[in-house]
Design a protein around this ligand. Structure first.
Ligand SMILES: Nc1nc2c(ncn2[C@@H]2O[C@H](COP(=O)(O)OP(=O)(O)OP(=O)(O)O)[C@@H](O)[C@H]2O)c(=O)[nH]1
Ligand SMILES: [Mg+2]
Length: 285
């Protein structure tokens, strides 16, 4: 396991391990190589990853790397927003991120991927609107992103985009959401409206749960850091210590966990499994 790897590295690694096709494996490996911290300690792992990638590419006859339209990953996770034209993709991006994006009831207003960062209680989620022309170059972003949000306003749209996502093998990381619920009285598991605000909080929470990430707050000198460290669900104190600074791991003595249970303040070791919202104070030896 590489030291100081970001949550995105682990998500890519998980995708690599669960990949069913060579193309998915290649995309996941490319991401692992992008995300792995570049220092001496990881040189061996980097070399192993590159060898695996070269072998896979040779087998699948592909040499060119897909750079996802040159959009650099940023933040703690990357989400693609897809849907038929006029389904309200830009409106959702604007609502969540505040970015001034062109919104219009004319068809195909967005022709290039729109990128904006959504700050979700300290976690930074990169949102990308996929233009509804569904060009291959844009659709390749679906493979490497962490989550796909599929907006639809009726069942016909849901079926059409659902089929596209199935062919791209990204259904398992897709959330289907009925948009414009102020106009649309159709029943849906998840629906929202940027007009009335209905369902937006529920949608944010669902996104967070589906990403499988947790926010951990560090405490030092009696002060709780406002900005959380974002980790993969199931991470331990060890992952946290390495993520903050490798010295914290090598000098580790014990940690204290502050939470809303009766055990708040208890001492724990490196193997302790963290949970969403934990406040952690690390003590060096
Ligand atoms: N009533 C209502 N109108 C909405 C809502 N969301 C978006 N709209 C309207 O729907 C139209 C299309 O919205 P956009 O956000 O531009 O849709 P889009 O999916 O980005 O469309 P393209 O980029 O053109 O493919 C605009 O006129 C929006 O004002 C909503 O929640 N309620
Ligand atoms: Mg748009």
């Amino acid at each position: 396991m590489p030291t100081n790897a970001s949550p995105l590295y682990y998500l890519a690694e998980e995708r690599y391990l669960n990949a069913e096709t060579k193309d998915e494996k290649i995309a996941a490996l490319e991401e692992m190589i992008r995300e792995i911290p570049k220092h001496k300690g990881t040189e061996n792992v980097q070399a192993q990853l590159r060898t695996k990638l070269a072998k896979l590419k040779k087998q699948s006859g592909k040499r060119k790397t897909s750079k996802g339209e040159g959009i650099e990953k940023a933040g703690d996770a990357q989400l693609c927003v897809i849907g038929e034209t006029n389904s309200g993709k830009s409106s959702l991006l604007k609502y969540l991120t505040g970015k001034n994006i062109r919104i219009d009831d004319k068809k195909y207003t967005t022709t290039k991927p729109e990128v904006a960062i959504f700050n979700f209680d300290g976690a930074k989620l990169q949102l990308i609107e996929i233009p509804s022309l569904f060009e291959n170059a844009h659709m390749s972003l679906l493979t490497t992103c962490n989550l796909v949000l599929c907006l639809y306003t009726n069942m016909k749209e849901k079926k059409k985009i659902g089929d596209l996502l199935k062919r791209r093998r990204v259904l398992s990381k897709t959330i289907f959401v009925l948009s414009k619920s102020d106009l649309n009285k159709e029943k849906a598991y998840m629906k929202f409206s940027v007009q009335s605000g209905e369902g937006v909080e529920e949608l944010k929470n669902l996104i967070w749960r589906k990403l499988g990430l947790i926010r951990i707050y560090t405490k030092a000198n009696n002060k709780i850091e406002k900005k959380p460290v974002v980790l993969k669900k199931g991470s331990t104190i060890k992952t946290l210590a390495i993520e903050i600074h490798k010295d914290l791991f090598t000098d580790f003595n014990f940690a204290r966990i502050f939470d809303n249970t009766q055990f708040s303040g208890k001492r724990v070791g490196l193997k302790y499994k963290l949970k969403e919202g934990d406040i952690v104070e690390i003590h060096r030896g």
